[in-house]
Design a binder for this molecule. Structure first.
Ligand code: TYD
Ligand code: MG
Length: 456
């Protein structure tokens, strides 16, 4: 007998409520609570016991469990492998989120088609088979073991899996899946939750890696419950400007690796290409000397990245000065401006300040502070900073220049890219480094600014 049960879910945060309310008591969103019918079938089956009635339950002794790093499958994108922690783990469930049109389907299709020794099942709930064929032609890759289906019912998917026995499963997208065990519409919280947990069970029991593509809502979170992010092993975020050719992939969560890694790609007319020497591409000023532009030496994960920061400082036309940033936290910019004003004596309170990190990157490494501060001063005083100078240091609240991690690696990278002078904190100890680049150690903003002015 089928017992019909219903519950109320907030479509924004996924919280379950016992009754309908106008406002969600958890996240405060209005008109997001919807009744979803959950039909519980008593003779419920999992993917495995669908036919055989077999359920896998086992107990292991931890000492006997073998973990084999080599089992990771390396994709043909080394940038992607790094973000995944070295490759795709067997049984991993990976959620790839990103705005519409950013290139999620292209990335996974290209990754799959280039892994010619593996078989794939691609479930497309959004595009027709022809559209995917068209995209594959555009990418110009062929994998003889790539199978497609537009059937988004999880039970049907498991039947296709039994038939094809793919090495990998790709779901495009998780919001289009439905499971027969739940009666609400595709994309609703309970459908997403249930479909995902069925897929996770499948992935773990069969050791098949599963990629889930997820849409992003206006506020930048993956549509559906936050819960989805808790359920999966890896949460990848694909970001970048649609107008900009750069695409960045980062892991917001990774049960098999580091989350500070970042992969950089480029989108062109024949698909996605990886960018292995991003510093070269991110720096536009090479021979020209402009005021307001400096180079910061940052770290993204374990990789040093030289980034150009550009600033424009002008007198505020309206009463309240504008502060606007791209790729950098506005609050931190305000903090740096306050430090410049109060601790270093530069009058910026009545100025408009615009700040831009080139290449569409978002930088969180505080070592970029020093480059930002001098980009601002350079624009304000209309003095250019020589293009062979670079900066790596954090600014503290009292105006001191603080040391940063992995300084040796940063210096080596700056030297490799042809910079002649690097400004760092006086308190950064450098161990064991042979380098030709001139290292300028500074402890205060004013002191560093004087050293820059000496050449101007
Ligand atoms: P798509 O993978 O469909 O994005 P998503 O799945 O994240 O919605 O990519 C869509 C955009 O990428 C589209 O505007 C066309 C562009 N594109 C290229 O520039 N080059 C290519 O080779 C391909 C296949 C797409
Ligand atoms: Mg898509």
């Amino acid at each position: 007998m089928t017992k019909i049960k219903s519950s109320f879910f907030c479509q924004s945060c996924g919280t379950q409520h016992s009754k309908w309310m106008g406002q969600c008591s958890n996240c405060g969103a209005w008109n997001t609570i919807i009744e979803e019918v959950i039909s519980k079938n008593e003779s419920r089956k999992t993917w495995r016991n669908n036919n055989s009635g077999q359920v896998f339950e086992n107990i292991f002794n931890l000492n006997e469990v073998v973990f084999n790093e080599e089992k990771r499958v390396k994709t043909n994108f080394s940038e992607f492998n790094r973000v995944l922690g070295g490759g795709i783990m067997p049984g991993a469930v990976m959620l790839l989120g990103g705005e519409p049109g950013i290139g999620k389907s292209t990335l996974l299709l290209q990754m799959a088609l280039s892994l010619k020794d593996y078989s794939f099942l691609y479930i497309s709930g959004e595009e027709s088979i022809q559209q995917i064929k068209q995209r594959a032609d555009r990418i110009n890759l062929q994998n003889n073991n790539f199978y497609l289906s537009t059937d988004t019912n999880t039970q049907k998917i498991f039947q296709s899996i039994e038939k094809i026995k793919p090495n990998f499963l790709i779901i495009d997208s998780i919001q289009t899946l439905t499971t027969s065990y739940i009666d609400s519409f595709a994309g609703s919280i309970s459908q997403i939750k249930e479909s995902t947990s069925e897929l996770i069970k499948f992935a773990k029991e069969s050791e098949t890696p599963v990629f889930l593509i997820g849409h992003i809502t206006k506020d930048g979170t993956i549509a559906g419950p936050k819960l989805l992010e808790h359920m999966v092993d890896v949460v990848l975020q694909f970001e970048g400007d649609k107008e900009n050719i750069f695409r960045i992939i980062r892991a917001n969560k990774n049960r098999f690796g580091n989350t500070s890694e970042l992969g950089i790609f480029q989108m062109d007319s024949s698909g996605i290409k990886e960018v292995t020497n991003p510093s070269d591409l991110l720096i536009t000023k090479k021979d020209n000397d402009f005021s307001g532009s400096t180079i910061g030496v940052t770290m993204e994960g374990i990789r040093p990245l030289l980034i150009e920061t550009q600033s424009l400082v002008s007198s505020a036309v309206y009463g309240t000065p504008q502060r606007s940033t791209t790729g950098f936290d506005t609050k931190r910019l305000n903090m740096l401006l306050a430090v410049l004003e109060k601790k270093a004596g530069f009058k910026l309170a009545i100025k408009d300040v615009f700040l831009n990190i080139t290449g569409g990157l978002k930088i969180t490494d505080p070592a970029i502070d020093l480059a930002i501060v001098f980009a601002i001063l350079s624009s304000d005083k209309d003095l250019f900073i020589p293009s062979d100078y670079c900066f790596s240091g954090e600014i503290g609240l009292s105006g001191e220049i603080r040391p940063v991690n992995r300084i040796e690696q940063r210096i080596t990278e700056a030297e490799k890219l042809g910079y002649n002078k690097i400004f760092i904190s006086k308190y950064n100890n450098i161990s064991n480094l042979k380098t030709e680049i001139e290292i300028v150690k500074v402890s205060k903003i004013n002191e560093a600014w004087k050293k820059i002015l000496e050449v101007n």
